[in-house]
Design a protein around this ligand. Structure first.
Ligand code: ATP
Length: 549
């Protein structure tokens, strides 16, 4: 059972104290039941002793204190477990490759981090209570068996049937619950579409209607499945209550037929049966949570292991150092996107390209020709399925991949700008000021406490801030994927004629995906891509000859 394994692995230090306190709390509730029984018998004979009252008060205190400890510890442990699972998931995402993360999709990752962790937070404390109530049942069972074996067989035969029926029903509902989760995911997908594409949705009534209809249908499906399962729960709940009354009936009508002493056996047995009802009800309530928790854990395990598989393929990536290269290249590099069944979709290669320090290389090509895919390979974000990656003429070893990636500052077409300037070390305010001025962003944004004052800016302005971060990072290789496409003509000019040559003069390897043919003359080398293949249109030799002529 995943749940048990998780608890044993994650919170071994509290397991023993939890078990002891749960047993103590169970002992206190059983003592309470026995005291009620004793007190009623004493009351029937005249008066109740003060000792019983004192014991009663002590048992209640013990019960309250131990129950509180169990609940608080279990809830805190649940949060600890969730924190560790989340951190593990973050680490797995971080260490995985881009293709695996894209294949999983945002919706699945979000739902694991929200819905599944919520299920765990809700159910883990209840499951501990379930264990505690099971201990109460054991104590009650011993007491009942001591009173009357017949009463014990009736009560516990009944309890086992009640919990088993509930568990079997929940197992049968497993598929329905999985369908409900799938429908919930479709709702999440629709919500992402609506929020990410809010402008597009707002701009078209028919698009908005289509989207809302789809989300509505998914939500209605989730409602239909959940209502159906809840209707069944309703019936089961009513049946369970009816069974409890039947149990009391058995105690008062059947037990007297087999027990000799009515006052000493039937009354306490009926009382005990009444106390059995609570724990059995709790167990019946908690049992479905086992299925829910197992499903949530299975989903989180599946996601983590999918990501880990990608990590294992590239095990030990961050182990070896790699000094800043002056020359990088792809040699006969091959890569294919694959669908969920592993069938190849778009392929690139074999690609052979090289990039030199102190040179500007442009990569051109039509939409969908494979430029961004080539950049993913060159930057080590997607794994090569053939060929190799060279740094200073030497193949980059698997153990050097992270060190290799760390030499890049890349601004991809879909660049994400964080407000905080992560990983740039100590920030020199004067240098930041100068950079903001150079990027013509003075007065619009400033940097304070390691963060931009705002990133609510235009797309072009955000890309300028990304360039500022790249400047601060001062890495030897710079990659710009259609960076200038979002800039105005004036700043395009600044980019191609001032910023790129400045990077080149500082000995950087500059790689630029661009459609701006007006500035093709600025490149030392131009590669053109077409349907996943590459050809060199201008080498550094031809560029030098062009300059001379
Ligand atoms: N994550 C992905 N999964 C499957 N196929 C993909 C994925 N990303 C891109 N592709 C496919 O790879 C092909 C090349 O895409 P790529 O983004 O590399 O082209 P590009 O030259 O950069 O295009 P553009 O100029 O439009 O940005 C496309 O036909 C696209 O269908």
């Amino acid at each position: 059972m995943r749940m048990w394994r998780l608890v044993v692995e994650e919170i071994p230090q509290n397991l023993r104290s939890l078990a002891w306190t749960a047993a103590l709390s169970a002992l206190a509730s059983t003592t309470l039941m026995w005291l009620v029984d004793e007190a009623s018998q004493q009351a029937a004979k005249g008066s109740v002793s003060e000792r019983l009252v004192l014991l009663f008060a002590l048992s209640i205190t013990l019960f309250a204190v131990s129950d509180n400890y169990v609940l608080v510890t279990a809830s805190q442990d649940a949060e600890n477990i969730i924190h560790r699972l989340r951190t593990r998931l973050f680490d797995a995402v971080r260490a995985s490759d881009l293709v695996s993360v894209e294949r999983l999709g945002r919706t699945r990752l979000y739902s694991a981090l929200t819905q599944d962790t919520q299920t765990l937070a809700r159910s883990l404390p209840f499951l501990v209570i379930g264990v505690q109530q099971a201990i109460v049942l054991v104590f009650l069972g011993v007491y009942l068996a001591w009173l009357s074996v017949a009463a014990f067989v009736m009560a516990f035969g009944f309890a086992i049937v009640a919990v088993a029926v509930r568990y079997a029903r929940m197992k049968a509902l497993g598929q329905a619950m999985r369908d409900a989760v799938a429908a919930e995911m479709a709702v999440f997908d629709g919500l992402s579409d609506m929020l990410d594409g809010f402008k597009e949705v707002r701009m078209s009534t028919t698009r908005a209607e289509g989207l809302v209809a789809d989300v509505g249908a998914a939500s209605a499906e989730a409602r239909r499945i959940k209502s159906r399962t809840k209707a069944q729960w309703g019936w089961e709940f009513a049946l369970l209550q009816a069974m409890f009354y039947t149990l009391i009936g058995l105690m008062v009508f059947l037990v007297p037929l087999v027990a000799k002493d009515y006052a000493d056996v039937v009354v306490p047995a009926t009382m005990t049966a009444l106390f059995v009802v609570g724990p059995v009800g709790t167990l019946a309530h908690v049992t479905p949570m086992v299925t829910e928790t197992e499903m949530a854990l299975a989903n989180m395990d599946d996601i983590t292991s999918q990501l880990r598989r990608a990590v294992e393929l590239r095990a030990g990536e961050s182990a070896l150092p790699l000094s800043a290269p002056r020359h990088i290249a792809l040699q006969d590099a091959v890569f294919s996107y694959a669908d969920s069944k592993g069938r190849p979709l778009f392929s690139v290669g074999p690609l052979t390209l090289s990039f030199q320090a102190g040179e500007i290389t442009f990569v051109t090509g039509g939409n969908g020709s494979g430029k961004s895919t080539m950049l993913r390979l060159l930057t080590g974000l997607a794994p090569l399925s053939g060929g190799q990656m060279l740094a200073d003429g030497v193949p980059v070893a698997p153990g050097q991949m992270q060190a290799y990636r760390d030499h890049f500052s890349a601004i991809f077409a879909d660049h994400h700008l964080s407000r905080r300037l992560y990983g740039v070390g100590a920030i020199d305010p004067l240098r930041v000021e100068a950079l903001l001025e150079r990027l013509e962003m003075t007065g619009k944004v400033h940097v304070a406490d390691g963060a931009f004052s705002t990133i609510d800016l235009s797309t072009g302005q955000r890309k300028r801030l990304a360039l500022l971060v790249a400047e601060l990072e001062d890495k030897p290789i710079l990659v710009f994927d259609e960076w200038a496409a979002d800039q105005d003509p004036h700043f395009r000019h600044v980019f191609y004629e001032e910023l790129l040559p400045a990077f080149k003069a500082r000995g950087k390897i500059v790689i630029c995906v661009t459609h701006d043919d007006r500035w093709f003359g600025m490149a030392d080398r131009i590669y053109h891509m077409n349907e996943g293949q590459v050809m060199e249109q201008r080498s550094s030799v031809t560029a030098a000859m062009e300059l001379q002529s």
